[in-house]
Design a binder for this molecule. Structure first.
Ligand code: YXS
Length: 258
């Protein structure tokens, strides 16, 4: 489901499951985490995450919906494979660049927010979709969006669940650059190769400082428990089950707010 390649000091990993539009199944995510571990052992200084093209022009359709739990469990818990992957990206000791051709949905949008630098083209769109499915989004995920966007823009993305296009994504600071489709790969590779010539130790320590400092808001235990209590109410709701059922039955969900 993924392809990997090493070019000099850059590790490249490509999502490659066109039949399911690169949805982030456990199998695919485990492969991504393993490739990051292997790149780390081989001291790759920069990572590029990209996607093989598919008929729908989707970079990734987000969480693999049939794997979302339906037994009153947290769908986005600490040990959810995607959450493990996002932490591996944040802790990789070098920049992780996402090269985005096509549309990005749900959990894959969180992956983009978690990456260090994103380069898109004119086909790039991004949507964060828990409101479409009735999913209680997790606190760390919301923080990823607040860190990359203003609160105002993050709220609009979550509340509408609509894709934003490349121009808006660049204006809102989600993607660093929009380049022509036929330049996307070369542009991203040139940036990766340049970064790989710089001091890897300085860069890895600066990246770790960004991670620690942007997480430095203190949260009391009771506030955290309150957030978890609110989220539990959502994953135990009829709306959550209706959202998943409607996707499976290829129809619009009927949410009642219960
Ligand atoms: O019917 P087959 O077997 O051909 O499979 C279809 C789709 O069911 C499958 N597929 C997915 N399978 C699992 N998980 C997914 N997320 C997923 N998305 C798609 O791929 C095959 C082709 O899809 P199809 O026929 O719908 O293609 P299309 O070109 O007509 O439409 C493309 C999309 C992306 C507009 C459409 O597939 C779509 O809306 N997909 C769901 C996008 C989405 O809402 N993703 C969020 C996933 S949930 C998540 O990430 C978090 C939990 S949250 O929402 O909280 O952020």
């Amino acid at each position: 489901m993924i392809k990997t390649e090493k070019r000099n000091k850059t590790g490249i990993v490509s999502l490659n499951h066109p039949e399911k539009l690169n949805a982030l199944s456990q199998e695919m995510v485990h492969g991504l985490v393993a490739s990051l571990e292997s790149f780390k052992e081989d001291k790759m200084r920069v990572i590029i995450i990209r996607a093989e093209p598919n008929k729908s022009n989707v970079w990734s359709a987000g969480h693999y919906i049939p794997e979302l739990p339906e037994n009153n469990q947290d769908p986005l818990g600490f040990n959810d494979p995607l959450e493990v992957l996002l932490r591996a990206i944040q802790r990789y000791p070098g920049p992780v660049i996402t090269q985005i051709h096509g549309s990005v949905w749900g959990g894959a949008c969180d992956l983009i927010m978690t990456s260090d630098i994103s380069i898109g083209d004119t086909t790039t769109t991004l949507a964060i979709t828990p409101a479409k499915l009735g999913v209680p989004y997790n606190a760390s995920g919301i923080c990823h969006f607040i860190a990359r966007l203003g609160i105002n823009q993050a709220k609009e993305m979550f509340f509408t669940a609509r894709p934003i296009d490349a121009v808006l994504a660049e204006r809102w600071g989600v993607i660093n650059h929009i380049v022509e489709e036929d330049q996307l790969e070369a542009y991203t590779m040139e940036m990766a190769e340049h970064i790989a010539t710089l001091s890897p130790l300085a860069i890895s320590v600066i990246k770790e400082q960004f991670r620690i400092l942007s997480n430095s808001q203190a949260l009391s235990a009771d506030v955290f428990e309150k957030i978890e209590g609110l989220r539990t109410m959502v994953w135990e709701s009829n709306d959550y089950h209706e959202g998943i059922k409607a996707f499976r039955e290829k129809r619009k969900p009927e949410f009642k707010g219960e």
